[in-house]
Design a protein around this ligand. Structure first.
Ligand SMILES: [Zn+2]
Length: 215
């Protein structure tokens, strides 16, 4: 970070020793231009130990501009000044033609006729269509369940999890790192199912979400 030998002596071991300060300041000036923004900030922070008022002022200005810059970056990133990291992007887990046959929420069960809470979306598509991870993440569970059929669970950054059910075949294993172009299974009709479809659920920090809100 500190490229000049003379400066590193001043900063590293002798904060109270101001010998050569004028020199180092003079020498530092032409060097400030090629420095990165953060390196520049640290550079100013280093100067703070000296009793010279001008560098202190520069430090305050730098911090002010840093806050301004990061606030602007936040706004640009997602139109929300509160949270810094942009939300992870999800894509539809099928590349083949599909039809949504059951939405998220209260629906009437096609087999029992009773109203119940549907925890995801059903995508009807051709049997054995490739099923892809909806976003980057890690496979944390695979298995078979009487009602869900063959299923895969993927954990994503920012507390998200996605579940893919009724698969004919599972083509991934626990621990696999996946991205949105990783095939994780083949679409099927296993479990409580009336035809070939993919049941897809999204959770965030354990709470089920309408998948339509994350695409
Ligand atoms: Zn379903």
């Amino acid at each position: 970070m500190v490229t000049n030998g003379q400066q590193s002596l001043v900063f590293a071991g002798h904060p109270a020793d101001t010998r050569g300060r004028a020199d180092s300041e003079k020498n530092a000036r032409p060097e400030r231009k090629p420095m990165g923004f953060l390196t520049g900030l640290m550079h100013h922070a280093g100067w703070h130990v000296s009793q010279n008022k001008e560098p202190k002022m520069r430090k305050i200005k730098s911090v002010f501009f840093a806050i301004l810059l990061f606030s602007a970056m936040d706004l640009y990133a997602e139109g929300n000044p509160v949270s810094a990291a942009p939300e992870i992007a999800f894509t539809i887990p099928l590349h083949a033609k599909y039809k949504i046959t059951a939405e998220f929420g209260e629906i009437r069960h096609p087999l029992s006729g009773k109203t119940y809470f549907h925890s995801g979306i059903d995508f009807a598509a051709k049997l054995e269509s490739d099923v892809y991870a909806a976003a980057r993440g890690t496979v944390i569970a695979t298995g078979f369940d009487k009602s869900d059929g063959n299923f895969v669970v993927i954990s994503h950054p920012q507390g998200y999890q996605t579940v893919y059910s009724s698969l004919k075949t599972i083509t991934c294993k626990v621990g696999d790192k996946v991205s949105s172009d990783s095939r994780i299974g083949l679409l099927g009709s296993t479990g409580m199912s009336t035809g070939p479809h993919l049941h897809f659920s999204v959770y965030k920090n354990g709470e089920v979400l309408d998948p339509q809100t994350v695409f």
